[in-house]
Design a protein around this ligand. Structure first.
Ligand SMILES: Cc1cc2nc3c(=O)[nH]c(=O)nc-3n(C[C@H](O)[C@H](O)[C@H](O)COP(=O)(O)OP(=O)(O)OC[C@H]3O[C@@H](n4cnc5c(N)ncnc54)[C@H](O)[C@@H]3O)c2cc1C
Length: 403
């Protein structure tokens, strides 16, 4: 099967469905939730009611799509609506993806539905890897997981930071160190079930953008979880650690394919924000008159819009192709990183240009472009910063361990 950028009937329907939700439900309340800096529960509830927030939608979009394009198409529309609310709806997907990546079939069946709950009984998931001293440098992680054979329990201790839905989630997926001397190859992922003692929320962050999405520290203080909450199971972990002990190489290629395959989704979110700003600026430039003509009649304005249109097309093309490559596990030159890096930059640049086109009106909160500009910056930071994407691409194209 070759890459085909055409969307199929199902994808066109999903695109229209998410767009309508973004336009009718998200946009009217986006500014309000941004100011409140709180999780927009009524919007998530509405998303659950129509089947957009739920494990069934995620499973359908991820597994029953041989093209890989369904998820980026849906995410672009959702984040076109609003990035903070979009992340509140999609944040649980990070936990679900963590469980899907490392868990057994039974663990996926048990825990993924609990990352979402159901309409009227919403639940949230959180994925916690980052720590105060271990952001880009994941190998520097300190949160420890120690196995207690007598009780068949794992005991977790440490502090996670910048965690989307951290502390308010029902299911937390925690990455922790089992064997410190093996660096990142000594890490494992754990599910902390709802209501477990010893897990609490630390500081909740007040952010520059995506303010409707909850971001906080997660503190683990002698947090005890049953042995079967180790994702993948103890036998598999012991086998993996034995291979490291014997000096056998890890499966770096498989790990690269997994990390790369989540990046186009973040790129699609960034394209949604960029497109929101471009569309708004285009309409504004047609209506705003100065010197007796619409400002779009000035080349300096219309050329900016032409460049924005081109950059957004380019970013989307990279994102869609990278999503297809991810689906077929065909990455060669870190195309997932390329897509995320390009889309993040396009979002920041396009939203800044949109402010320029609106002039003073772009700089104030009565108009949405300043919010979109604040929101856009996150795409250069989370799920791997700009520089980390460059590092991954540089290593992939050169075969050299660039530092
Ligand atoms: C709103 C928000 C939500 C988040 N959600 C989650 C979440 O749900 N779960 C989670 O686990 N994490 C989450 N994160 C954490 C995010 O992934 C990290 O912030 C990110 O990985 C960067 O880590 P850091 O902030 O510690 O920056 P650092 O790693 O300290 O980087 C600081 C600067 O140094 C640069 N740098 C670092 N190393 C190198 C290098 N080797 N070469 C060149 N430059 C380098 C970086 O690019 C950056 O410019 C979230 C962050 C934010 C802000």
């Amino acid at each position: 099967m070759d890459f085909n950028p055409e969307l199929n009937e199902d994808q066109i329907q999903i695109k229209d469905w998410v767009h309508t939700f973004a336009e009718d439900i998200i946009r009217p309340v986006a500014s309000d939730w941004d100011e409140r800096e709180e999780t927009p529960w009524p919007v998530i509830e509405e998303a659950a009611r129509i089947g957009l927030y739920g494990w069934e939608f995620m499973a359908e979009a991820m597994m029953n799509d041989p093209t890989g394009l369904t998820m980026p198409v849906a995410l672009e529309e959702l984040f076109w609506g609003d990035a903070g609310i979009g992340l509140s709806i999609m944040g649980s997907g990070l936990a679900a993806a963590g469980i899907g990546a490392s868990g057994t079939r039974e663990q996926v069946m048990e825990w993924v539905p609990q990352c979402y709950g159901s309409p009227g009984n919403l639940m949230l998931g959180a994925f916690a890897s980052s720590e105060p001293d271990a952001g880009s440098d994941v190998a520097g992680m300190r949160t420890r997981a120690v196995y207690e054979e007598s009780t068949d329990e794992w005991v977790l201790n440490g502090t996670k930071t910048w965690i989307t839905n951290g502390g308010i989630a029902d299911v937390h997926v925690i990455v922790a160190v089992v064997e410190p001397e093996y660096r990142s190859r000594g890490h494992a992922s754990f599910v902390v079930p709802p209501g477990t003692k010893g897990l609490s929320q630390g500081q909740k962050f007040k952010k520059h953008g995506i303010r409707a999405s909850h971001t906080a520290e997660v503190v683990l203080d002698d947090c005890r979880i049953p042995g079967n909450c180790l994702l993948g199971g103890k036998e598999k972990l012991d086998e993996r650690l034995a291979r490291v002990r014997e000096g056998k190489p890890g499966n770096a290629q498989a790990a690269m394919q997994t990390f790369e395959s989540t990046r186009p989704a973040v790129g699609a979110q960034a394209v949604g924000v960029a497109r929101a700003a471009y569309e708004y600026a285009l309409e504004y430039a047609k209506e705003r008159h100065q010197f007796g003509r619409a400002i779009i009649e000035n080349q300096s304005i219309s050329f900016m819009l032409a460049d924005m249109a081109m950059e957004i097309e380019a970013a989307r093309a990279l994102v869609h192709r990278a999503a297809w490559l991810g689906k077929h596990r065909k990455y060669k030159n870190a195309e997932g990183s390329m897509a995320k890096l390009k889309a993040g930059r396009v979002a920041v640049w396009s939203t800044e240009r949109a402010i320029q086109i609106l002039g003073g009106y772009g700089y104030v909160r009565d108009y949405p472009v300043e919010r979109w500009h604040r929101d856009a910056k996150i795409f250069d930071i989370f799920e791997g910063t700009e520089q980390i994407q460059q590092l991954v691409i540089a290593r992939a194209i050169s075969g050299i361990r660039v530092e």
